[in-house]
Design a protein around this ligand. Structure first.
Ligand code: ASP
Length: 605
């Protein structure tokens, strides 16, 4: 071993021993006869002293090193002279007086600071030199946090008698609502493997295979547009259990989440234990989304009944045709604003609502003076009694802003969600707060107007709730699925369901989602067949490990917890992937390219 100790472990009681350390030069300070080097490795920083008088050779080497050089130092641990200890470093009581310093490798000047937290470094530069970016303290922390998270999950599930089983990457379509990545087969000309969007079918087949409790830290692939919380390849904790009902899976997963957070990030606080259960319908009505951020309490309240009695024609007409009128109370934001300022804010909010598809956004402000008048464009349409009713219903207080939305439900949802995200930005939310909740009772299907068919709300293997199975024949749009989503701080951390294990029920799903039986047999015949050989009742769940780690690391982008992520354009700009293939490789795969005229290279992040 080149090192006897790490750069993070030596303390006062080690004074006097001779050690060898190796790592990177974090910083170097030249004080004439003495050169100080902060030597860094994964575990910390230790100060090295090279003394021109005592060890001129070591001093000469120290003189030549620069930041990020890789060096090995041998020397004696010494308690730092009085008044020079560094209380900010765990090793700050000691330093190493170098007997010898060896340069193991030189380094060019890095394109950005490794030794300072420079939040402003251009992301393209970070990605191009990801191996340098990974040396930064924050990235080291994030990657180690990820390791600990996955290890905790493995240990927890092992104790719960789960078996970790790998499933193939080269497989056939396992749809989860995205495009497949295809891999051409050389041995089977003209045929393609599809990379799994998830191991869904395979884990169900493992249940038929009698394992009863399976999990996997599984790489999944989905060819869809990238976002801050999406990558084309990502990692799931994928899990399946036999002989369970949905409450069993949810309870186990909730225990795992709770213990994981308490062990790995004890500084975090969970908003509610046990986690709140929110019906899909309520999530949409109150928060406008099926992944509500419940760290804050802005809700859309249905006030159709009151608004229908107002004199505002838009509300009255809408209520008549069954379009809801909803109101969101934003506490305190109007208190300090002048009339002109409020009109400006009102305009901004309205233009946001329009972007979400609404025709407008009305508001009323509540004066801080109890004698004052309600202000805002629609105040005059509510008589005194109606105003009192409205304020009571909304629990409004002086200084509050009331926002009114009325449109088709989908538009109201989008505006509600947009407004909540808008106001969230100015809230001083505790970065250590984790607001987990379960969203349940999703519809089994969502109507796809364009293709005139039902789309599975989760995936095609989700069992309807037992009491809704019959609706598959009569009114599929009303059937609720046994799906459960785990949501945290507005992100979907995971989803799961009880599965169909009965061929007859599974066969009913295909025509509803626009698949012919012939196509279904081709793609999923093996599942249907397996269901005929004693498939046990089963259900499971998958968590997005990247998203979970992103939340644990308090960062807003999953790229921060992935060692080598892709850019928005799906590229690795360090290694230049994807790249072109040699003609010979293509011809071995029987592939001829038919590219559009101009292919511009995308470099955006
Ligand atoms: N396969 C699902 C997904 O990837 C999770 C599950 O139902 O277990 O979202």
């Amino acid at each position: 071993m080149m090192k006897t100790h790490t750069c993070g472990e030596l303390r006062e009681q080690d004074a006097g021993i001779t050690v060898s350390l190796a790592g990177w030069v974090n910083r170097r300070r030249d004080q004439g006869g003495l050169i100080f080097i902060d030597l860094r490795d994964r575990w910390g920083i230790t100060q090295i002293v090279a003394d021109l008088e005592g060890t001129p050779e070591a001093h000469a080497v120290a003189d030549s090193v620069r930041n990020e050089y890789v060096i090995k130092v041998t020397g004696k641990v010494r308690i730092r002279p009085e008044g020079t200890a560094n209380p900010d470093l765990p090793t700050g009581e000691i330093d190493i007086v170098a007997d010898s310093i060896e340069i193991l490798n030189e380094a060019k000047t890095p394109p950005f600071y490794i030794n300072k937290d420079e939040g402003t470094v251009d992301e393209a530069i970070r990605m191009r030199h990801r191996y340098l970016d990974l040396r930064r303290e924050q990235m080291q922390y994030n990657m180690i946090l990820r390791h600990k998270t996955v290890k905790f999950i493995r240990d927890f599930l092992d104790k719960e008698s789960f078996v970790e089983i790998e499933t193939p990457i080269l497989f056939k379509t396992t749809p989860e609502g995205a495009r497949d990545f295809l891999v051409p087969s050389r041995l089977q000309p003209g045929k393609f493997y599809a990379l799994p969007q998830s191991p869904q079918q395979l884990k169900q087949l493992l249940m038929v295979g009698g394992f009863e409790r399976y999990f996997q830290i599984a790489r999944c692939f989905r060819d869809e547009d990238l976002r801050g919380d999406r990558q084309p390849e990502f990692t799931q904790l994928d899990l399946e259990m036999s002989f369970v009902e949905r409450e069993d899976v949810m309870q186990l997963m909730e225990n795992l989440a709770t213990e994981l957070v308490k062990t790995i990030t004890p500084e975090k606080r969970m908003i509610s234990e046990p986690f709140q259960h929110i019906l899909y319908k309520d999530a949409m009505e109150l928060y406008g989304t099926d992944r509500p951020d419940i760290r804050f309490d802005l809700r859309a309240i249905d006030i159709s009944e009151i608004a229908g009695r107002s004199a505002f024609p838009v509300f009255v007409d809408n209520v008549k045709v069954g379009r809801p009128v909803k109101c969101m109370r934003v506490p305190g934001v109007a208190g300090e604003l002048s009339g002109t300022q409020m009109r400006k804010v009102g305009k901004e909010l309205e233009s946001m609502a329009r972007k979400a598809g609404a025709k407008g956004l009305a508001y009323i402000t509540i004066p801080t003076d109890p004698e004052g008048e309600l202000k805002g464009p629609i105040g005059k349409f509510f008589n005194v009694d109606l105003k009192i009713e409205l304020l009571e219903k909304m629990g409004a207080e002086g200084g509050d802003l009331l926002l009114f939305m009325s449109d088709e439900p989908e538009v109201v949802y989008a505006v509600t969600d947009g407004l909540r995200n808008h106001f969230k930005k100015d809230m001083d939310l505790d970065p250590n707060l984790l607001a987990f909740c379960w969203v349940i009772d999703f519809p089994e299907f969502i109507w796809d107007e364009e293709n005139q068919r039902w789309d599975p709300s989760q995936h095609m293997f989700t069992m309807p709730l037992p009491e809704d199975v019959e609706l598959l024949d009569t009114d599929p749009g009303k059937a609720r699925g046994s799906q459960y989503d785990l949501v945290c701080n507005g992100y979907e951390v995971g989803g799961g369901s009880i599965r169909i294990h009965d061929r007859a029920i599974q066969e009913k799903i295909f025509p509803l989602i626009g698949q012919t039986m012939e196509h279904a047999m081709e793609e999923f015949g093996h599942m249907l067949e397996a269901f005929e050989y004693g498939a046990p009742p089963h259900g499971g769940m998958a968590w997005g490990i990247d998203r979970l780690c992103m939340l644990l690391a308090s960062t807003p982008n999953i790229r921060e917890v992935i060692a080598f992520p892709k850019t928005q354009g799906g590229m690795d700009i360090m290694a230049h992937a994807p790249s072109t293939a040699e003609d010979e490789q293509l011809s071995e795969l029987y592939i001829q390219l038919d590219l559009p005229e101009e292919e511009e290279e995308q470099t955006e992040i």
